[in-house]
Design a protein around this ligand. Structure first.
Ligand code: NAD
Length: 161
């Protein structure tokens, strides 16, 4: 099978300049943030609670980070803080990559709520309620600021069926 060409970041963004990435201190979100910084001129707002899985060092090492990377240290389980972070970012694109992602723990205790300062048992709170808080906050923000286009990216051609 021929190797797919990676999509051009600036073309994919289609002029969107304020990008809110959740989980940008994690493995997948961090790669997205680094690529956005290196291959576009967008402002990147990185919403992350900065827990045990987080590491910002490879982002902070990029020269672009000083000007175009803003860390919003917020836990998505906190609806009011999430709303305030969305207001501050005023995004025209949101990429939601924050999640409690430790598979063994999520199987062992998926429904148990715990302290968000502990890595244990916060899957429903983070992944379900947190996603709901984010969707509510972004949808309310975009309703108030109709100039912001909803952030739906076109699929790159090689992903079309
Ligand atoms: N790692 C992979 O190979 C892979 C592959 C496919 C899909 N995914 C998916 O991508 C997503 C991210 O995975 P990852 O490997 O980057 O995980 P990760 O654990 O490395 O990073 C997740 C980040 O989300 C943050 N986070 C978690 N809960 C939060 C909350 N309540 N509020 C704010 N921030 C919070 C963490 O602090 C962390 O920095 C998951 O949904 C995962 O299932 C991962």
């Amino acid at each position: 099978m021929p190797e797919a060409t990676p999509p051009d970041v600036s073309a994919l963004l289609a002029g969107r300049r304020r990008i809110l990435v959740t989980g940008g201190a994690g493995f997948i979100g961090g790669a997205v943030v680094r690529r956005l910084l290196a291959e576009s001129d967008a402002q990147v707002f990185n919403l992350d609670k900065c827990g045990y899985a987080s590491d910002l060092s490879s982002i902070e090492a990029l020269p672009e980070a000083a000007e175009r990377h803003t860390l919003l240290r917020v836990d998505l389980t906190d609806a009011a803080a999430t709303t305030e972070a969305v207001r501050q970012a005023d995004p025209d694109l949101v990429m939601h990559l924050a999640a409690e992602s430790h598979v063994d723990r999520s199987i062992k205790g998926p429904a148990v709520y715990g302290s968000t300062s502990s890595p244990d048992f916060v899957y429903i709170a983070s992944n379900v309620s947190g996603t709901f808080h984010l969707l509510q906050a972004v949808s309310a923000h975009w309703e108030q600021h109709a100039h912001r286009a909803p952030g739906v990216l076109p699929l790159p051609p090689h992903l079309h069926r």
